[in-house]
Design a protein around this ligand. Structure first.
Ligand SMILES: [Zn+2]
Length: 351
């Protein structure tokens, strides 16, 4: 039997996930991939109206449930305006800075499903023409898309089928390095989705009987604030969001351990559950960091805000340069997968 976790297998799956475009609001294709990926396993799956997927594994205790969630939706944009010169103005989907996507390749998807490639650029990019190319503000006025088609005006762009409201996704540029890193856009939160899918596979193939009925919610509206705040069965006691650990000045989180969140912008996570996660890490030789994320919210805090009476927690791999060109290391994936493995088989803090 294979040893678990096999991080190289998880990282390959994460690479496949980041390469499927899935800006919030346009996640059908990636949900189809997730369903297909699990189709050989005997698990209950259903999509809610919002388009998220709920996977359920029955446990010994069917009265108290657990839910784990990770989100497949990613940052992206929408065509805001077709300019007179044939360039596209964008409207952001999710929270990022324009400079984080400057120079990035992108894909425009028309409403009929046709796709075109392009590049996200400052209008004043050419230093041979624009004196202020370096100083001009990176914002929705100056940032535009250059479509890789022979177009010079709005009419020609419209003839391609491109319209206001079309989704634009960013090239992930995913790469796995010899030194054990995966660098890519959208590791937030596809790294966690990859880990949950691998966890489900291991539970089923190893024939593990979980102590409680456990739901896995693959949510699709997290970046816009309401991914995991519905379809939580009333029996759910514990609700764990698996989402990126935030790295930066003053943060303990790094790319080599699992990050356990004590508090984010929404306030403290459930103290008892946090201590339980720390204890599980201590007992099983899992390297972890407890941290506070200053500008952050998760599907678990969204669920609390929506009024669910649950015990909520948040853990995840440490992701560097979040909402830009991100990176993490296989050791962070390893420790996060290990903590998840022990968590789903542990006793609840409160039943
Ligand atoms: Zn996230």
């Amino acid at each position: 039997m294979s040893t678990y976790p096999d991080t190289s297998k998880t990282i390959q799956l994460i690479k496949e996930l980041v390469e499927i475009p899935s800006p919030s609001g346009n996640t059908d294709q990636i949900m189809g991939f997730v369903e297909e990926h699990l189709s050989d396993l005997d698990v209950e799956m259903k999509r809610n109206r919002k388009g998220a997927l709920i996977i359920t594994i029955q446990g010994e205790n069917t009265l108290s449930h657990r839910m784990l969630t990770a989100h497949v939706d990613a940052l992206g944009a929408m065509v805001k305006e077709i300019k007179a010169d044939g360039r596209l103005r964008l409207s952001m989907i999710g929270g990022f800075r324009w400079n984080a996507v400057e120079g990035e390749y992108c894909q425009i998807e028309t409403s009929s499903g046709k796709t075109y490639s392009g590049t996200i650029l400052m209008h004043q990019t050419s230093v041979h023409v624009y004196k202020n190319a370096g100083e001009a503000k990176r914002d929705e006025t100056n940032i535009e898309v250059r479509i890789d088609e022979k177009v010079t005006n709005a009419t020609e762009v419209r003839e391609l089928g491109i319209e206001v409201g079309d989704f634009v996704s960013f090239d992930p540029r995913a790469e796995i390095t010899e030194s054990g890193f995966i660098k890519s856009r959208h590791l937030d939160d596809k790294a966690s989705v990859g880990m949950l899918l691998e966890l489900i596979r291991q539970i089923k193939t190893k024939g593990i009987v979980l102590p409680y009925t456990t739901h896995f919610l693959i949510s699709n509206n997290e970046e816009i604030g309401y991914g995991g705040n519905s379809n939580i069965p009333p029996e759910t006691v514990e609700y764990l969001a698996v989402d990126m650990g935030a790295i930066g000045d003053g943060q303990c989180t790094d790319e080599y351990t699992v990050s356990i969140c004590a508090k984010d912008s929404s306030g403290p996570y459930h103290y008892g559950l946090r201590k339980h996660l720390v204890q599980l890490a201590e007992d099983n030789g899992i390297d972890y960091k407890v941290d506070i994320y200053p500008y952050y919210g998760s599907d678990a805090s969204a669920a609390i805000k929506a009024g669910f009476d649950i015990v909520h927690g948040l853990i995840g791999a440490g992701i560097d340069a979040s909402h830009a060109y991100e990176r993490t290391h296989e050791s962070s994936i390893l420790h996060t997968e290990n903590l998840l493995w022990h968590y789903v088989q542990s006793k609840m803090v409160k039943e």
